[in-house]
Design a protein around this ligand. Structure first.
Ligand code: ADP
Ligand code: MG
Length: 230
């Protein structure tokens, strides 16, 4: 992905398996958000292709990609503060389902996210973590088979991080999850697989255990640079 003279993503060959939680990490400017945008259709790659379930989707528009089953929770909130949790989820569910089917979907999401006790609470009154869970619920309302989460644990307390990790464990039971995160404790809890981006390229890739114990990964976070051909 090239922006004029800036090459934001270069020669990335990335693959993820169905039913896994795959974490994408890397220092600021590594290209993580750009990569997400190419998957969701906000950006069209200037070279190369994106495939999803054996279908080439690069060049498709965001609503077409969403319809094929890719949902994203960005860092920009999309909730209505003056509506309650159930109403927020219902608005999201209504994009795909009508009448009783939308209500059933909302009930199952409240259940899955363990948000039923908060169903009648105004979203504007919720704690930060609770809002994030409602946001995730809104994404799941689109019934995606691949869920992209951009820094879902940012700003959370340790207890909220734990609950979010548990939630992701339940989400992946019948969906795949790709997560951009910085919180290493959280990554250790959720990741089946970790890919590290650095300067627009794949720096390393492997199990969470292997990648997070690699001293070079800590070094790139600390700003030491590596040559990709080294
Ligand atoms: P990350 O999310 O890993 O912090 P980004 O994907 O936001 O990184 O950015 C990767 C690189 O691409 C950075 O050098 C950034 O400045 C550049 N970049 C991202 N979007 C644009 C854009 N729309 N125009 C120009 N450069 C961009
Ligand atoms: Mg980013």
């Amino acid at each position: 992905m090239r922006f004029g003279g800036v090459v934001a993503i270069h020669n990335v060959d990335f693959e993820m398996a169905r039913g896994q939680v795959h974490c994408l990490i890397g220092p600021n400017g590594a290209g993580k958000s750009t990569f997400f945008k190419m998957i969701t259709g906000q950006l069209r790659p200037t070279a190369g292709i994106v495939t999803f379930a054996d279908r080439t989707i690069s060049g498709f528009r965001p609503f077409e990609i969403a319809r094929l089953g890719i949902g994203i929770k960005t860092q920009v909130p999309k909730l209505f503060d003056e509506l309650d949790v159930r109403e927020n989820l219902w608005l999201a569910a209504r994009r795909r389902k009508k009448g009783a089917a939308a209500n059933r979907l909302v009930d199952s999401l409240l259940d899955e996210l363990q948000l039923a006790p908060l169903a009648d609470k105004l979203v504007g009154r919720l704690a930060h973590g609770q809002r994030q869970w409602v946001e995730i619920g809104g994404v799941l309302a689109g019934e995606p088979s691949l869920v992209l989460l951009d820094e879902p644990a940012a700003g959370m307390s340790d207890a909220e991080v734990d609950r979010t990790a548990q939630l992701i464990g339940s989400i992946k039971k019948d969906r795949s999850v790709l997560v951009v995160e910085h919180d290493m404790r959280f990554i250790r809890m959720i990741a089946d697989h970790v890919t590290v981006f650095h300067q627009g390229q794949t720096f390393t890739d492997g199990t969470a255990q292997a990648v997070l114990s690699d001293p070079r990964v800590r070094d790139i976070y600390l700003g030491k640079s590596f040559r990709h051909d080294a």
